[in-house]
Design a protein around this ligand. Structure first.
Ligand SMILES: [Zn+2]
Length: 431
């Protein structure tokens, strides 16, 4: 049971404890009642259980029973009040939480859990996607992006670019540290997704200097400056290329099509659908003198005579009959970040936009990071923890399982995470 031990809930909790204990203490020590570790671990626990009322309920248990689940499961010595928690989390720089993403990743790597994510030989597919996680007309902080809406009102927003490792055959995604799209003091122009995406590339390389990476992304990224940035980071790419954004390249492709220089392959699957692939290597990305040369491919899924899916991409990987269907699977795989990561956050109970507060400095982003770390921990448990997998099966939906977990820890005290799972799986009369 070697694997279980190093990727167990306790192992992940210890990784987080080490990161939280390392946070810089800027308060006067005489006034400190709750350590930074306890404050951040309490915040993480709220996200882990998706329960904004968690601290209150655990304080009640503590008052009545001199014991609580934050202490037993998360090693929190003293539970802060919600307002204290917000004030303290607000003041800590968001980048101090980033090592936790690298440490979770390293734990997976050590246990050879990344093997399942190998793509096109030795590579790993890392998808980039931008998303908003906060929008309001009333609440804002200095890091908010501002947008003027039609009625002249200012809307405040927070956006991030999220990178995540994924594989067409794997349900779980492995999030890397996200990068905020944010306003910084003195910058006259607002930040944007592309600039933030470039910072993400640098960050990925810093954290994983030797990992063979293929960056996947939508049409926003298939522009020369971004591709050059990917190549400078010694990475490959599979990026959506919409014909309207690439007029010169498409003229080129269409000319070659007429000359029968574009390769074509068709196959039929067991469901009777037809997959049509077309590709050509070495085409200019644009009409610039110094244009990047790239490889272009297009795909149609035809079901009962109708086009069910159609898209086109560019890649630096030379395309052949052997890898074209895998390249398409990789190109299509990027949807998972929208649907699995963010929709999980939005629809399956990860109420990040509400409930937890916005703050004056870093609170909004730090809560987002703690939430993403909780999501990451859940993904690891799904991948590696037999007991958790058994619970997922037994309770059907994720929501049902977590409802049971939330209620259980409000009423009873459990010595550890495993006992909690065992109890809800096989309830007993008395404990
Ligand atoms: Zn803000």
């Amino acid at each position: 049971m070697h694997i279980k031990k190093n990727l167990s809930f306790t192992a992940l909790r210890k990784i987080l404890s080490a990161v939280f204990e390392n946070l810089p203490e800027q308060r006067q020590t005489a006034k400190v009642r709750h350590s930074l570790h306890d404050v951040f671990m309490s915040g993480f626990a709220m996200m882990h259980f998706q329960d904004p009322a968690l601290l209150q309920f655990q304080r009640n248990l503590e008052e009545g029973l001199r014991q609580n689940n934050l202490r037993t499961i998360f090693k929190v010595k003293s539970i802060p009040k919600d307002s204290q928690l917000r004030d303290i989390i607000d003041k800590v720089d968001s980048n101090r939480l980033e090592p936790a993403f690298d440490d979770f990743f390293a734990a997976l790597q050590r246990e050879k859990r990344l093997e399942h994510y190998r793509f096109l030989g030795d590579h790993y597919l890392v998808s980039l996607d931008g998303s908003g996680y906060f929008s309001s007309y009333d609440i804002c902080c200095p890091g908010c992006l501002t947008k003027e809406s039609k009625n002249g009102k200012i809307r405040y927003e927070h956006q991030i670019v999220q990178a995540a490792m994924m594989h067409p055959d794997m349900k779980q995604v492995i999030p890397l540290a996200p990068e905020a799209v944010k306003n910084t003091d003195g910058a006259d122009k607002q930040d944007c997704e592309i600039k933030s995406g470039k910072r993400v590339l640098k960050k990925i390389r810093k954290s994983h200097p030797k990992l063979p990476i293929i960056i996947a992304g939508d049409g926003l990224y298939s522009k020369q400056p971004f591709i050059e940035e990917i190549k400078a980071g010694m990475m490959s790419y599979i990026l959506v290329a919409k014909p309207d954004d690439h007029k010169i390249m498409m003229e080129w492709v269409n000319e070659q099509r007429q000359l029968k220089e574009v390769s074509r392959m068709e196959s039929r699957d067991i469901k009777g659908r037809t997959h049509v692939y077309e590709w050509i290597n070495e085409v200019p990305l644009n009409g610039n003198k110094e244009t990047v040369m790239t490889n272009y491919f297009e795909y149609w899924l035809i079901d009962k005579g109708k086009v069910g899916y159609h898209n086109s991409w560019v890649t630096d990987i030379p395309i052949s009959k052997k890898n074209i269907s895998e390249l398409v699977r990789g190109g299509r795989c990027r949807w998972k970040i929208e649907n699995e990561t963010f929709n999980t956050l939005k629809n399956q109970g990860y109420h990040i936009e509400h409930n937890f507060g916005h703050g004056k400095k870093n609170l909004s982003m730090n809560f987002f990071l703690l939430n993403m770390l909780a999501f990451f921990a859940h993904q690891i448990l799904e991948l590696t923890d037999n007991l958790y997998q058994e619970c997922r099966k037994a309770f059907g939906s994720k929501r049902n399982l977590w409802d049971h977990l939330r209620v259980s820890i409000r009423l009873l005290i459990f010595p550890d995470w495993e006992t909690l799972l065992l109890r809800i799986l096989r309830p007993s009369g008395f404990i």
